[in-house]
Design a protein around this ligand. Structure first.
Ligand SMILES: Nc1ncnc2c1ncn2[C@@H]1O[C@H](COP(=O)(O)OP(=O)(O)O)[C@@H](O)[C@H]1O
Ligand SMILES: [Mg+2]
Length: 245
């Protein structure tokens, strides 16, 4: 099986898309053929026949991918949990089709970055959560979190939910950390979370000026990601194996 990573988070809006895009930019910059996938997307826009996921569009721009239906096989208009959006829109989350799209994408790329929807316990359909999809895809995970007050609880809950379900947690990335005037919580939380969970901390990203998902602007995401995130711990020995461009 070709390698890949599933980017999940403690919550929605925590920075999964930004981290997924940053990873895609860095790996692509190192000469890897990187595929991206947003298997289930809600809050999509456009006509019913051609619903667009903003997350998928941003990721595809970062990775320069060419297979839109495979990248985003399950799209819903309502900004709701997928099971509820599916019910309202009289559709369903077609898991076999998602897994088929994933296997098809694997044929085209060296490494696949999959962005989740919400967190691990977001229901996709009856008795089936994001965590189940990750298991069925057979991918390790990276957890995107924040470093401020509340992060210990949210991050440890996510690590526990993953571990109980047999998922391999490669590490935690803190997003939107302060670069000056840290709060006491931001200063102390990463070490506390590492000590209590035993999960590697892969780095942290500050707020990136000029990053704008609405018009696919990355600002200095690639450079900052490269400098501050342990990419080798995510993509394993693949990173060193591919000659840098
Ligand atoms: N490090 C960052 N720098 C600048 N903007 C960010 C950063 N992280 C997230 N954002 C912005 O915050 C919003 C939520 O981030 P996003 O990656 O979409 O979260 P998620 O995918 O977890 O829902 C987006 O508008 C995104 O552009
Ligand atoms: Mg997202």
């Amino acid at each position: 099986m070709k390698p890949g990573i599933f980017i999940t988070g403690t919550d929605t809006d925590v920075g999964k898309t930004v981290v997924s895009a940053g990873l895609a930019l860095v790996l692509r910059g190192r000469g890897m053929k990187v595929g991206v996938m947003k298997p289930v997307a809600t809050g999509c826009y456009g006509s019913d026949e051609k619903l667009i996921s903003q997350d998928a569009a941003f990721l595809m721009e970062a990775a320069q991918n060419e297979y839109p239906p495979l990248t985003s096989p399950s799209r819903f208009r309502n900004p709701l949990s997928p099971n509820v959006a599916a019910m309202l829109e009289k559709k369903e989350v077609d898991v076999p089709n998602i897994l088929k799209s994933y296997r098809e994408l694997q044929k085209h790329y060296d490494f696949i970055i999959v962005e989740g929807v919400g967190g691990l316990m977001v229901p996709l359909k009856k008795d089936y959560y994001v965590a189940n999809l990750i298991r069925d895809m057979g991918l390790p995970i990276v957890i995107v979190s924040y470093a401020g007050l509340g992060a210990i609880n949210h991050t440890l809950l996510t690590v526990d939910a993953a571990t109980i379900r047999g998922l391999e947690v490669r590490g935690i990335i803190f997003n939107r950390v302060a670069v000056a005037n840290y709060s006491l919580a931001e200063l102390t939380n990463p070490k506390v979370i590492h000590d209590l969970s035993g999960v590697p901390i892969l780095g942290s990203l500050p707020n990136i000026e000029g990053l704008n998902m609405d018009n696919c602007q990355f600002g200095k995401l690639k450079e900052i990601f490269q400098e501050r995130i342990r990419v080798d711990k995510i993509a394993g020995n693949l990173v060193g194996a591919i000659p840098q461009k």
